[in-house]
Design a protein around this ligand. Sequence first.
Ligand code: B12
Ligand code: SF4
Ligand code: SF4
Length: 386
Amino acid sequence: MLGEEIRAEARGLGFSLVGIARPDPSEHLSFYRRWLDEGRHGEMGYLARPDAVARRGDLRQTMADVRSVIVVALEYLSDARPEETADAGSGVIARYARGRDYHRVVKAKLEKMAAAVRARVGGEVTARAYVDTGPILERELARRAGLGWFGKNTMLIHPRRGSWFFLGALLLDIDLDPDEAFETDHCGTCSRCLDACPTGALLGREASGAPVMDATRCISYLTIEHRGPIPRELRTAIGNRIYGCDICQEVCPFNGPKFAEASSEPDFKARAHTTDRTLIDLMAMDEAAWDEFSRGSALRRAKRDGFMRNVAVALGNWGSAEAVPSLVSALVDTEPLVRGHAAWALGRIGTSAARAALDARLEAEVDLDVREEIELALAADSGKSG
Ligand code: B12
Ligand code: SF4
Ligand code: SF4
């Protein structure tokens, strides 16, 4: 009975999917460890910390008396679905980051769920809420709670709701009847996501059936998690994605208009400034403008230097002479990371004005990495015209 009330409460809070899982040890920790050993996680050191790996393997190391886990999905697809790559002079921010920071939104709803459970049980209930905020294998828990299967794009996909949702987990010290795990793989012979990924980050299923991603090649990793220079050989493939990437979800048939619906969550409505600014507008942001732009949003994670690095790459990929003045200004940005990527972009554009600006900056630049970027940009450019 309590399970039904929990489901009703979850729907009332706006969660489109809800399920209950037993807090059994992870079935996939050996795969997870192998994935780390192969270095697929790149600089995301928090995924590899030995104590945190052990906690992913066994929820009891996070909450000793955990007896059930409620897993929920909150959809975030807002009504704004522009033609993502049509205008290369504009940058594309992944859908999940266009509204208010999801960590706060989902967590607040999970706290309300916990309060409702306490009110129903009428006694002490210990509850801990997680939304990408701790060492929990959220997608594995979601599969075990019956919410969907692991697609070849590594997303947790529901056969009727697709994958445009966040997951959240509520650990409880009370017994609840678990749901049946989701056992069917609906991908079949489809390989659209593997074919569409511009950087070759999706490696397909390994023999065990686990979908494998090399996160170090994923645009989402490169534009958000990765702190330093973006590897040169991957910059072109990033196109105009300036924060995160949705390509492997956009092409998935389970996210087509027949399946996925817009979210009714007002907090996830796309904020205008995440969709209506050109790359040139964005490149002009100083620290104060960035602070205002990213306030209350998941965008903040990249920090200004990381975000402006991404914008510079997108301007270079646009390749238009219109981008030159804005990139020339970025050549004297306070952050070497931004200056270096602006140099790369000017080298791609290769007009005489771009070349002259690179030559002039080489005279003054003292940062060794930026100097290298400028020299490579000038060399690549002379190779092009010669
Ligand atoms: C690290 C991380 C990333 C990394 C790495 C992504 C990855 N695929 O591993 C990067 C930065 C690239 C990333 C990107 C994105 N992320 Co992310 N990310 C996470 C995070 C924090 C951990 C994921 C993780 O542990 N990865 C390591 C791999 C090995 O683990 P796994 O993905 O769970 O895979 C399991 C399977 O492989 C399984 N397995 C093993 N053997 C077998 C065998 C069989 C037969 C099967 C079926 C499975 C299986 O075992 C693994 C461990 O359980 C989670 C939150 C969380 N705490 O779980 C969010 C999370 C996965 N991300 C999320 C989102 C929304 C995104 C983006 C869409 C954001 C964007 N638009 O840019 C992209 C999507 C990219 C993609 N295709 O995955 C959501 C996904 C929701 C969903 N529907 O699946 C999560 C759950 C956050 C949340 N709370 O909502 N992310
Ligand atoms: S998010 Fe983009 S880069 Fe990452 S795996 Fe999917 S398509 Fe490839
Ligand atoms: S695009 Fe095809 S292969 Fe990829 S996750 Fe969706 S259904 Fe599976």
